[in-house]
Design a protein around this ligand. Sequence first.
Ligand code: 0A1
Ligand code: ZN
Length: 881
Amino acid sequence: MRTDSSPQTIFRKDYLPPSYLVDTVELGFDLDPARTIVANRVTLRHNPLSKSRDIVLHGEELELVQLRMNGKPLQAGQYELNGNTLTIRKAPLAVVLEIETLTAPAKNTTLSGLYVSNGNFFTQCEAEGFRRITYFPDRPDVMAKYTVMLRADKALYPVLLSNGNLVEQGELDDGRHYAKWEDPFKKPSYLFALVAARLVCQEERYTLQSGREVLLQVWVEEGNLDKTDYAMQSLKNSIRWDEERFGLELDLDRFMIVAVGDFNMGAMENKGLNIFNTKFVLANPRVATDVDYAGIEAVVGHEYFHNWTGNRVTCRDWFQLSLKEGLTVFRDQEFSADMIGTDSGRAVTRIDQVRTLRQAQFPEDAGPMAHPVRPDSFVEINNFYTVTIYEKGAEVVRMYQTLVGRDGFRKGMDLYFARHDGQAVECDDFRAAMADANGRDLSQFERWYSQAGTPVVRAETRYDAAAKTFDITLRQHCAASADQQQLPFHIPVAVGLLGADGRDLPLKTDAQDRQGHATVVLELRREEQTFRFHDIAERPTPSILRDFSAPVVLEYDYSDAELLHLFSHDSDPVNRWEAGQRLAMARLLKLTAAVAAGAPLTLDDTFIAAQRALLVDDSLDPAFRELALILPSETIIAERMAVVEPQAIHTARQFMRRTLAAALKPELLAQYHANQTPGAYSPDALSAGKRALKNLALAYLLIAPREAELALARRQFAEAGNMTDRAAALVALIHSGSDAGAHLHSFYQDFEQEALVVDKWFAMQAAAPGTDVAAVRQLMEHPAFTLKNPNRARSLIFNFTNGNPSQFHAADGSAYEFWAEHVIKLDALNPQVAARLARSMDRWRRYTPALQAHMQRALERVAAHARLSNDVLEVVSKALA
Ligand code: 0A1
Ligand code: ZN
């Protein structure tokens, strides 16, 4: 909660080095849910880079019991306790502080700091949670060695874990026991963790490529031990991959993953003790879908890869967050792609990344919370764990690889570690390593870090038949934000040219080193540049921005004929998919306008024929076909409209789906049967792709179902051997508007003991177009619903506000009232989760005036609430500004 009246904005330009550095931290915990005593003995020395001799410690929601400096108790007048900082002025050069504090973990509903989940103790310290555990200079550029002593009741908390190595354990009086942990590596406080719990583990000894043996553990509650195999396998794959691709070895003898049911985010990379949301650990075929399996692989990889990109080399300050997050997302993306191994599998992962960017990052970059990959200011750092920092940050890292090549990228990484291992550094240091290792000038590339907004690249082409040249002129612009003037970006634009036969033409540009390739990377640096291709014997169809080589909007006046050509032939699967999206989008925008104008709706046969051809093309990966057949989402369509009318968009998109379903029915049915995956379930990409295509076919077949289609879905629901198929059948039945009630009931009965499946049960109802706000309110009355568990709150509320636009934007504004009410309710429990929900209203100014008026009122109601967290206050005040 806010302690002073108005929240402070923190600026990057105000960075000052810490006045004191910390060498060692010895922590002692007497764990008790109501009253935990934390004894902290910390050795500090003055930082020669700082002029100040004041020791500044952060602390939040702590009761200070005792404070001693160099052996002597400090009295009230010898330090200042002001809000959330404790200052000792004019301190000696070398200081030992002994600090004893009290905290109440059971009362901590924020899930930041030390908290209790299902009777067990966990911590979450990123970004600023450590200050809720003890007084400390809680900033990432203060790195120290930690020793941790845990004491707790042995029967209640048989497992005591912290970072690094277990060095001692034993019994105490009164049924208590202790464990002492030592982390051999210096780390910032945000990477501290402890767990005291009744848990069991799957463990394995694993031999690194160097021959060293390490202990790997996955800790879960007892009933979940049958759901740890995939996380363990993913961990081993991650270790191997980082050795092979980047030459990076696990530096600890022991690496632990712990699953917790109450968690604000996906997972946390605490040194040697990763703490995970159960959603990204627990899986078996009965309860987890293919998407869940892919998520586990990605997040296990992500947290493991942080051990080097984040932990060994960390961030100087939180403005540099993307230094570790963008880079680590890029690494987990490459890991997932390499695990599939095929080119088409790799392309499927890339298409998924593009969809996420368009669905979430582009809107963020155009809305009130827009910020550069390296922000210049923030109010609450927890609000900056965004798709811009993570996903756009990963795109920025990917562009280095596109510019300098895979080998060049590896050289840059090697230099980065050679220079900065053990340090807290800036985004600029990473860029310098990439530039220096490759002898490249990447100074203009800095603008990807400093300028917000999505650049638009407009392409024009000119074919000269006599000279056999083809010119591509690229022009870039980026809408200037209020406080930023935009300068041209350094944009890699990958281009190929298709001949009339659909094949790639060998390319000859003015650059000497790129002759004869099917794809070249053009480097756009100025506002406008023309690139010439030679010896082009026929007018080609340009395939621009292959593999989505930069996070930009590409505008080019493609004719339908050109798009159809690309959709059937482009050798670059991402652009092949993209051509289909362009064909669909053009029609969806026209249909939406027709709905709004009350005009008749039609869909042309050419488009239907193209979709049909793709659907039945067995030479293509089923996963790719599924993606190519998914229409742009309602959110993505909305981003393309000047004034958003959610109902019209929904009606238009539904019309297109219904028309396609009717026209393609025999083919859909054939694909449904052809893509069955009999036998034991396997989450591999090929099987998952078949299931995805089959279930897309089922969803289409159930748009206007007759008895035969309903029977298919019912049978799949009843007989499915895995959650992917069972959940897909249930969703199709719910959307068909037929007898879903009984199926929902039986699904719940079967899985009520599985929290993650109950989340799915809420989520699928929340996102169904038939679910209005009254139905959501009713679901909240269900005994299994609680606002206190973030996964549960998200499953119902977020899937409604973000995943069900036609109902969330109901004309009477009733769902906005619901939103306001729950932002306020959640804020009293958990500001981080509340602030995420608050962001559902980001784009409110783009809706029709009537909807805007309702939205503004709801935003103002939240803003006027008496006791708001800084988290929510920042989001709503930026929205209203
Ligand atoms: N660093 C973690 C994400 C994370 C951030 C904040 C948290 O609590 C406020 C928790 C996790 C990651 O990138 O996985
Ligand atoms: Zn991360």
